[in-house]
Design a protein around this ligand. Structure first.
Ligand SMILES: Cc1cc2nc3c(=O)[nH]c(=O)nc-3n(C[C@H](O)[C@H](O)[C@H](O)COP(=O)(O)OP(=O)(O)OC[C@H]3O[C@@H](n4cnc5c(N)ncnc54)[C@H](O)[C@@H]3O)c2cc1C
Length: 310
């Protein structure tokens, strides 16, 4: 089969790799400049900061097999076994940033970035054709759509398929984040990460203590309540508010440079009971199916590939 996967986040890349290993021709398209989606790592000056997913855990044997291979290949490493208290469960990160996992998977795949999928239509000679934002079409025997559900919904309008209304209504939590380079290490403490440290933030990371950045840099991701409340405020006000609330975590360090990052579809608020939805060689997958985490996205991608091969 010629399979087109929309989205080069973890779910799309895992699906693509699995299908390619079975001998299918697979093309992955993504609207972003590089693969990874919410596995996002950014450079500011000499600093490197993770600004989407901060770490991941492993609960299933299926995901563990992939993570073991990544550990052996030097793609991921253990960061710690807990934040405020060690609970014995490993927290893993990408070596060089969370985005390294996506880069690794993309190496062996055909991934076309800067390519926005615009609409899915029925094909004349193949089951589907995908309209790209430049007006061209890509023919496909099968399609896997891994973007957040509201974005997938927009693509399906012209496809004449009807996923369940409850699925299409999936809501997403938002995240407003502050990325800042500093003149000294921040006040985050070992191992360089804090989960839900106060009323504003859901995660605060010292990217240097985490072993990612060669110079001091902090990531502060605000929780859904804060992000929802201030989402529509003017960008300058959001920036100033985040800097004010970041102060306890900066300690004596001063901000050298800072940016606000907005994730409109940060994590799904509800999870579909199956790991993907499929109909007529069209599969919807992503963390809204597998669970709102790195592992959930990976498992959904793998299940999507299986659904097409059956
Ligand atoms: C701020 C933040 C913190 C998080 N922290 C953690 C954490 O610490 N641990 C954890 O396990 N998980 C965390 N998560 C969740 C985790 O990042 C996600 O569950 C996972 O990465 C989702 O992968 P995905 O492939 O389903 O979706 P995505 O990574 O979103 O991939 C979808 C891809 O589709 C592309 N796309 C969308 N529309 C189109 C279109 N029309 N045409 C072409 N391409 C398109 C996008 O560019 C994107 O690359 C966090 C997420 C965020 C945002």
């Amino acid at each position: 089969m010629n399979v087109v996967v929309i989205g080069a986040g973890l779910s799309g890349l895992m699906a693509a790799q699995s299908l390619q290993a079975q001998g299918h021709n697979v093309l992955v398209v993504d609207k972003g400049r590089s693969p990874g989606g919410r596995l996002a790592t950014r450079r500011i000056g000499t600093a490197t900061l993770d600004h989407g997913a901060q770490f991941f855990t492993v609960r299933s044997e299926e995901f563990a097999k992939h993570v073991d291979a990544w550990l052996q290949q030097g793609v991921v490493r253990e960061w710690c076994k807990g934040f405020a208290t060690a609970d014995g469960h490993s927290r893993f990160v990408g070596v060089g940033g969370m985005n390294a996992i996506a880069k690794h998977l993309a190496t062996s795949l055909e991934v076309r970035c800067n390519t926005l999928a615009f609409a899915i239509e029925r094909g004349a000679t193949t089951a589907w054709r995908l309209k790209i934002d430049d007006g061209s079409f890509i023919d496909a025997d099968a399609l896997i759509v891994t973007c957040p559900i509201p974005q997938a919904y927009a693509l399906l309008v012209t496809a004449n398929v009807q996923p369940p209304d409850e699925l299409l209504a999936t809501e997403y939590h938002r995240t407003l984040g502050l990325l800042a380079t500093l003149d000294a290490p921040p006040n985050v403490g070992s191992p360089g990460g804090m989960q839900d440290p106060d009323d504003t933030f859901s995660f605060v990371a010292d990217n240097q203590a985490k072993g990612l950045s060669i110079s001091p840099a902090i990531t502060l991701n605000a929780n859904n309540a804060f992000s929802l409340q201030y989402w529509d405020y003017p960008p300058d006000e959001i920036h100033a508010m985040l800097i004010e609330r970041a102060k306890p975590w900066l300690g004596t360090a001063n901000i050298v440079e800072s940016q606000v990052k907005r994730w409109r579809f940060a994590t799904p608020a509800t999870i579909w009971p199956d790991r993907c939805w499929h109909n007529e060689q069209l599969v919807l997958a992503g963390d809204a199916f597998g669970g709102p985490k790195v592992e959930g996205a990976a498992l959904s991608g793998l299940t999507a590939a299986k659904a097409l091969s059956e």
